[in-house]
Design a protein around this ligand. Structure first.
Ligand code: FAD
Ligand code: NAD
Length: 454
């Protein structure tokens, strides 16, 4: 039975982008509803950043102990995976009910299904025909469908986060953020890992000098990397799965207990029937202007991972939710400008980056100064008995301002934020070096990275 209802704003997706938009709109007196076809809370809190970091910290603990094995650690910690999973669930289980409670308290109506657009201002959901003045699409991304024979045997990041047992062996198809983080985690925990990548390198948005060092190190802990490979099919054997692929025109295969599709994520738009609402999208997501409005229908906003202006990271998605809702509250009042955005690949060790890459800086500036080095002989790495520590810092030679920083270290995920602040404040190298930092810390090392040759 169809029932008509009208809202000022209807939000689709309850992740950070959708929740931010819904909450700001309702606080401004709008009538708001939000829909999700999965548990409320979004990827980051339920199936991404947060649960991932809980699991990863155990591999970090083990990694740190492995490094100090002959330096005073006599027995490596034994990780009880089932207990780790219980600990993780103690965080994730409470997210959907607490999110729903919050939304109810704010007076936001909830729907638990994917809506399907019927016209430029109507959707069909839970059997109801609902209209709204504005729609916010914040549906995030879903794993890319690999479309290979045996694809049903492939597991994705959600499954890795919910692994009941640590597999003896695993194959990852794709070596971006997700593939590298989980490959590093499983290999550290003793799993035999193979990574098959279609391109010539891993983590292509990151600095190739540091990626090279990271990959070399991950090989020493047992990960096999296969590049320029074309995965053909997955076959189920008795205990294992066989991944067949082509390398240099030759047919090859690898066997493992689990096979993970970590070949990327695509905008979640398929179920919405966006043609009916006249909203254009491509492989990057819903095409939006600087106000995060659909270029073809200004009453529809798209924010977070699903928007064409996304950098699929939690803080950026939150910012986009804020910008979109501000523009709903006051027409075209805020543009989305991407601030210098630090990003980390949480491998052991971590790879972090902010600002320009060397390639981008060379195109953008006439002359740049590159401070680059292997810092594994520095105190901080040596005290951990850690063979990996490296950096690259980029400076505009004319102004002496820091324009990019790339770090590979145990603490890169924290120290990169200092460079983020320096870049957004247009700090010069000498201004940065004037700052006093605690000692002995990785932060204090940042100053030593920008040392001119005598
Ligand atoms: C394994 C993993 C690890 C990550 N780690 C990090 C990290 O360490 N740091 C970081 O910054 N970022 C990380 N990310 C990325 C980060 O999770 C995303 O950038 C962020 O969650 C995007 O927020 P969002 O609100 O745009 O989308 P989401 O959080 O994905 O929310 C979208 C919501 O829409 C719902 N939805 C989808 N389609 C429909 C539909 N048709 N109808 C109704 N609802 C729908 C989904 O169920 C979901 O709840 C990670 C991602 C993954 C997968
Ligand atoms: N730490 C973090 O901040 C974090 C962690 C996870 C995800 N994320 C976000 O999620 C997004 C998606 O991450 P992701 O790792 O899923 O994707 P990605 O785009 O980072 O990596 C996908 C990789 O798979 C490879 N690939 C694609 N098709 C393939 C095929 N057929 N065979 C073999 N390799 C193939 C690509 O060349 C690429 O290297 C990222 O852009 C990132 O912003 C962030």
């Amino acid at each position: 039975m169809k029932e008509n209802k009208h809202y000022d704003v209807f939000v689709i997706g309850s992740g950070i982008a959708g929740q931010t938009a819904a909450k700001l709109c309702v606080k401004e007196g709008k009538t708001v509803a939000i829909a999700d076809n999965r548990a409320f809370g979004g990827t980051c809190a339920l199936r991404g950043c947060d649960p991932k970091k809980i699991l990863l910290q155990f591999s970090e603990l083990l990694h740190a102990s492995q490094l100090l094995k002959d330096k005073g650690v006599s027995k490596l910690p034994k990780i009880k995976w089932k207990t780790v999973q219980k600990f993780k669930s103690s965080f994730t289980d409470s997210i959907p009910p607490s999110t729903e409670e919050d939304l109810v308290e704010l007076g936001i109506d909830m729907y638990h299904q994917s809506p399907v657009f019927q016209s430029e201002n109507e959707i069909l959901i839970e059997g109801k025909l609902i209209s709204a003045d504005k729609f916010v699409i914040a549906t995030g991304m879903i794993p890319l469908d690999l479309k290979i024979k045996g694809q049903d045997y492939l597991k994705v990041s959600d499954d890795i986060l919910n692994l009941k047992h640590l597999p003896k062996s695993a194959t990852f198809i794709g070596s971006g953020y997700v593939g590298m983080e989980f490959a590093s985690m499983l290999a550290t925990m003793g799993c035999k890992v193979t990574v098959i990548e279609k391109g010539p390198a891993s983590l292509t948005p990151f600095d190739p000098f540091l990626v090279g060092i990271l990959v070399d190190y991950l090989q020493t802990i047992g990960i096999t990397f296969i590049y320029n490979a074309e995965v053909d099919s997955v076959e189920k054997l008795k205990k294992n799965f066989k991944v067949k692929y082509l390398l240099d025109g030759k047919k090859k295969s690898v066997k493992s207990r689990k096979v993970f599709n970590t070949a990327g994520r695509v905008p979640s738009v398929e179920m919405l029937d966006l043609e009916k609402v006249n909203v254009k999208f491509d492989e990057r997501g819903i095409i939006v202007n600087d106000y995060l409005q659909s270029i073809s229908n200004p009453n529809v906003f798209a924010c977070g991972d699903v928007s064409s202006k996304a950098l699929p990271l939690t803080p950026v998605s939150g910012l986009q939710g804020y910008v979109a809702s501000n523009n709903i509250i006051k027409d075209q009042s805020k543009t989305f400008e991407i601030p210098p955005m630090p990003s980390t690949v949480f491998t052991n060790p971590k790879l972090s980056s902010v600002g320009y890459t060397e390639e981008e800086a060379l195109k953008r500036f006439k002359n740049i100064k590159i401070y680059k080095g292997d810092a594994s002989s520095w105190y901080n790495a040596k005290k951990e008995n850690n063979p990996v520590y490296a950096y690259k810092v980029l400076v505009n030679e004319r102004t002496n301002e820091i324009i990019g920083a790339h770090l590979l270290s145990t603490e890169a995920h924290e120290t990169i934020n200092l460079f983020s602040m320096a870049i957004s404040q247009n700090m010069t190298v000498s201004e940065f070096k004037k700052q006093m930092f605690t000692y002995p810390t990785y932060t204090n090392d940042l100053k030593s990275m920008m040392k001119d040759e005598d």
